[in-house]
Design a protein around this ligand. Structure first.
Ligand code: SF4
Length: 465
């Protein structure tokens, strides 16, 4: 499963685009295909966006060109819309009511339907990303304040959206009524900051003020900040996978420390699956916190049994057949000196297709491990996500069609256990377990997926060369 996107916004700071750049650096784990920043200065918008990592897209000249005291930024992994330059966010438009820029994390579940309607009415689309429908809807709404236009437009879209956007005088942040994806508000000196995760606030030295609530819209202007609760539903459905895997462990998500929640998952795993072993090891980095929790609860020592190579790029040339299992070993390499002859518990955050787990177990056996117990700090993934996470089709999700015993046999482990859904939810302290989306674990989608199998923005693409 791939991360979706990260968004960031600053209002009221002379170095707005530099702060935005740093914020995107901290959010790089949420999207590595493209990055972009739009800044605003005295009614003018300045745009830099390109394919690549944040460090590849921006240099000092490009950052200097992004003038002004307000800026929004985006890092993207394509969930809706293919991986092309025309789909890089933030998106912007000149409407009859002025300029508008938007960066979106999530996935609109009725975008195909709206796209068809808007096209019939003559809308000219420039991209194949779902976010563009919001720009078109807002452009059609005339003679009203930005807040009113925004709220009317938000009532038309469905699905998952944490948005940052701006016009010439205002920065706004919006979370969808279910609160699928996170969005936080911070403060740096007199400037306001919006970010997908608090790790981006930490990097720029901004304080964490609070979460944007599900169904809330904040509008920030020179006069201050205004909050509008534009929609209220009885129970939010925040993505539990942010805590399982997506968010950084140093972030606070839904007002909970991600590292602490993952450790609690590990302790819950130890309760559900007590195992005899010499060592607990993690699949780094996302399995680290849960493995520590398991070790703490079980008393079995934690060891760094696998080394991660942090310096590989996104692509590498596959060598010849003589270097087998290269792609697994280049990222993670078992430390034979620690593992040889040992019985180990391997903790990972999730198991999706099973192919990577299988290759890792081959590598651990080659390193001389005697017995391998695999424990997963989340339930089996049985259904795809429609709320902004790139998941394989049902048929490629191994738990969709194999039992736990069959998966264990397939990956070649001595035993396999998945944290139960109730174990996972009760490990998240202080939040109602009903306030989480768990659809990829139980197929209970909180909202109807109107676009599923009916519409696709990709079915009618413009071929940019
Ligand atoms: S389906 Fe899974 S990944 Fe998607 S929002 Fe729900 S919990 Fe998160």
């Amino acid at each position: 499963m791939k991360d979706e996107c990260g968004v960031f916004g600053v209002f009221g700071h002379l170095e707005a685009s530099e702060l935005c750049y740093l914020g995107l650096y901290a959010l790089q784990h949420r999207g590595q295909e493209s990055a972009g920043i739009i800044s605003s200065d005295n009614g003018e918008f300045y745009v830099v966006k390109d394919m690549g990592l944040v460090g590849e897209v921006f240099d000092s000249n490009r950052l200097e060109s992004l003038k002004g005291s307000a800026a929004i930024g985006h890092v993207r992994y394509s969930t809706t819309g293919s991986s092309h330059a025309h789909n890089i966010q933030p998106l912007y438009a000149k409407t009859g009511q002025g300029k508008l820029a938007i960066a979106h994390n999530g996935n609109l579940t009725n975008a195909g339907h709206l796209h068809t309607l808007l096209k019939k009415e003559g809308a000219l689309f420039q991209s194949t990303v779902d976010t563009e429908v919001l720009l078109h809807i807002m452009a059609k709404l005339k003679d009203m304040e930005l807040s009113e236009r925004l709220i009317q437009a938000l009532s038309k879209i469905e699905g998952a959206f944490s948005l940052v956007g701006m016009n010439e005088t205002c920065l706004f942040g919006v979370r969808d009524p279910h609160g699928f994806r996170p969005l936080v508000l911070g403060k740096k000196d007199d400037a306001w900051v919006l970010a997908s995760e608090t790790c981006a606030l930490d990097l720029i030295g901004a304080s964490y003020e609070r979460e944007i609530r599900p169904g809330e819209c904040v509008l920030i202007t020179e006069s201050g900040i205004q909050s509008i609760q534009y929609s209220t539903i009885s129970m939010p459905k925040q993505c539990v996978f942010e805590h399982v895997y997506f968010a950084r462990p140093d972030s606070i998500v839904y007002d909970q420390s991600v590292h602490k929640v993952r450790k609690a998952f590990g302790r819950a795993l130890a309760k559900e699956f007590p195992r005899k072993a010499d060592l607990v090891i993690a699949i780094p980095d996302s399995g680290n916190s849960a493995a520590l929790g398991y070790s703490e609860a079980s008393g079995i020592p934690f060891e760094f049994g696998i080394t991660r190579n942090h310096y590989i790029g996104r692509t590498f040339i596959q060598p010849t057949q003589s270097v087998r299992n290269f792609s697994v070993r280049i990222k993670l390499n078992p430390i034979s000196a620690i593992l040889k002859g040992k019985s180990i518990i391997v903790v990972d955050d999730s198991l999706v297709r099973g192919t990577t787990a299988k290759r890792r177990i081959v590598a651990l056996r080659r390193a001389g491990v005697k017995k391998i117990h695999v424990l997963i700090s989340s339930p089996p993934v049985i259904a795809p996500c429609h709320f902004g996470i790139d998941t394989p089709e049902d048929s490629q999700l191994i738990a969709n069609h194999k039992t736990v015993d069959e998966i264990c046999e397939y990956i070649g482990a001595d035993s396999l256990g998945f944290l139960s859904k109730s174990g996972m939810l009760s490990a998240i302290d202080g939040l109602d377990s009903r306030s989480f989306c768990t659809a990829c674990f139980d197929s209970n989608y909180p909202i109807e997926i109107k676009d599923k199998g009916k519409y696709s923005l990709e079915s009618d693409p413009i071929h940019f060369c």
